[in-house]
Design a protein around this ligand. Structure first.
Ligand SMILES: Cc1ncc(COP(=O)(O)O)c(C=O)c1O
Length: 488
């Protein structure tokens, strides 16, 4: 039962109070309540946003050393989400991931993780100096990584030295989440911290039973959530929760956060987190229950179309021990002969729909309470179009399984050593045998193909080239992948 008054929004109320006062702002920010704002932005954004855009100051609070409205707002969020403590962030889950590793994984220690981590984890490893040990995991031939099972983690804990933490991405970009109970017990018994990147699953705790349990409810030590992705706060706003009974030292956590926070964290973003929590406390569960029901209806309508199938743990034996995020819709187009990239282009150009991502076999949607009925209707019409126009199977589809689990290169240097080393650009085709100095990831989902410190192999080169050739968007210093940065 809530003990705190969840109808309050301390950060937002503080901004509104200051903005309403007749105060002459002889302080930053330089737009001075919008009077010196670019006229075009003022016209677009209106007056209010400028008046509320305040810095850390006596009248507000400071994310590096919260004492006032931020303490209250974070405590309200912790209570609602079932955390021991919650930290507001303005640098997304990317910042949360860095804070988790800086807190939990000392330089040189080993962090056990599957390969399907987001590229922000690579950055976090470069910052912390920890070394990844990639765990084998199952792969669905048509949509990538399954969760790592507890037996695999137990084996790694028995055989790897100096393990500080287990790091899991859950749910995956495809909405898959393995039950966490056994892993929690293992980590506690072996005195290893459990860190969960729940960037895409902030809403899980708001959804009706049947979907994946939230990592906080399961007992993780630290949990990163991008509220901006699914809960309605402004882009870039996120939280890092410290779980109930977490073994993480709160002071160590705050010190790590302070290495990463700007001294001028945007109060617009912070207020958006506060307002989201206030709203969710009021009727979040009802709102998400309604949305989950609407998404189920859409899934049933798509499943009724020839050649199309929505990924679901309920009727897919390959997903035993997993559950699916009820708001992540993964539509397999494989049996229609289309590839996901072509469907993505079709729905963009012919139906004015942007999906979250596509791969060879699927289009992936992030659905939520903000979707109007017309969005579901239009997507269904697009799927009817695809279903009615089957194609000869794309020969390249057979290549796809290669990149769903590309071979994991060996680590020649730690990510930190390689990321900070002097590097040079060489032709990708001639880079086999060199040590990579950058992160190469196909985005989304942004899982690293290569990370700093890894030795480049011929397999990786050809898998990257075929993905690039298929139109997947590559994040790398040279997006064309003509060249790659390697350690000099
Ligand atoms: C699994 C995962 N973790 C972390 C992040 C980083 O989140 P943010 O964009 O909020 O920094 C992302 C972003 O897409 C992600 O997919």
């Amino acid at each position: 039962m809530p003990q705190l008054d969840q109808t309050l929004a301390p950060v937002l109320d503080t901004l509104v109070r200051y903005a309403a006062g007749d105060i002459l702002p002889l302080h930053t920010p330089g737009h001075k309540r919008g009077r010196f704002a670019p006229p075009r932005l003022k016209e677009l954004w209106g007056e209010a946003v400028w008046r509320l855009d305040l810095p850390s100051m006596t009248a507000t609070d400071n994310l590096q050393h919260p004492q006032g409205c931020l303490i209250e707002a974070q405590a309200l969020a912790a209570e609602l989400f079932g955390a021991d403590a919650t930290n507001f962030l303005t640098g997304g889950s990317s910042q949360a991931v860095s804070a988790m590793l800086l807190t939990a994984a000392p330089p040189g220690s080993t962090v056990l993780m599957p390969r399907n981590v987001h590229r922000s984890v690579v950055n976090a490893l470069a910052l912390s100096g920890a070394v990844p040990k990639f765990l084998p995991h199952g792969v669905l031939a048509d949509c990538g990584a399954l969760g790592v099972d507890a037996a695999t983690i137990a084996h790694a804990l028995d055989t790897e030295a100096n393990v500080s933490a287990v790091f899991l991405t859950r749910p995956s970009y495809y909405g898959l989440a393995r039950d966490l109970g056994e892993v929690v017990k293992l980590c506690r018994n072996r005195n290893v911290l459990l860190l969960v990147d729940e960037a895409h699953g902030a809403h899980l705790g708001m959804c009706p039973a049947g979907g994946p349990e939230s990592a906080l409810a399961a007992g993780a030590d630290l949990v990163a959530q991008s509220w901006h992705k699914t809960l309605g706060s402004l882009v870039g706003s996120a939280v890092l929760h410290r779980g109930r009974n977490s073994r993480v030292d709160p002071f160590r956590l705050q010190s790590a956060l302070n290495l990463l926070h700007s001294t001028s964290a945007s109060f617009l973003l912070l207020a958006s987190l506060d307002a989201v929590r206030q709203r969710l406390a009021h009727d979040g569960r009802e709102i998400f229950a309604r949305t989950v029901a609407e998404v189920r209806e859409l899934a049933a309508a798509i499943n009724a179309l020839s050649g199309l199938r929505v990924l679901s743990a309920e009727n897919d034996p390959r997903l035993a021990a997993h559950r699916c995020d009820p708001l992540r819709m993964v539509v397999s187009v494989r049996e229609t002969g289309w590839n996901g990239y072509d469907v993505e282009r079709l729905i963009r150009t012919e139906f004015s729909i942007e999906d979250e991502m596509a791969d060879w076999f699927n289009v992936v949607l992030v659905l939520g309470p903000g979707d109007e009925p017309v969005a579901r209707e239009r997507f269904l019409a697009a799927m009817q179009h695809v279903s009615a126009k089957p194609r000869a199977a794309d020969a390249q589809q057979e290549l796809a399984s290669q990149w769903l689990q590309p071979p994991i290169p060996t680590l020649a240097l730690t990510p930190r050593e390689a990321a900070l080393a002097t590097s040079e650009a060489v032709s990708l085709t001639k880079s086999a045998g060199r040590v990579c100095a950058e992160t190469v990831a196909f985005y989304p989902p942004g899982i690293p193909f290569l990370m700093p410190g890894e030795r480049i192999t011929a397999d990786i080169i050809s898998a990257s080239q075929s993905l690039r050739g298929a139109g997947a968007y590559c994040h790398a210093m040279d997006e064309s992948l003509g060249t790659i940065r390697v350690v000099r």
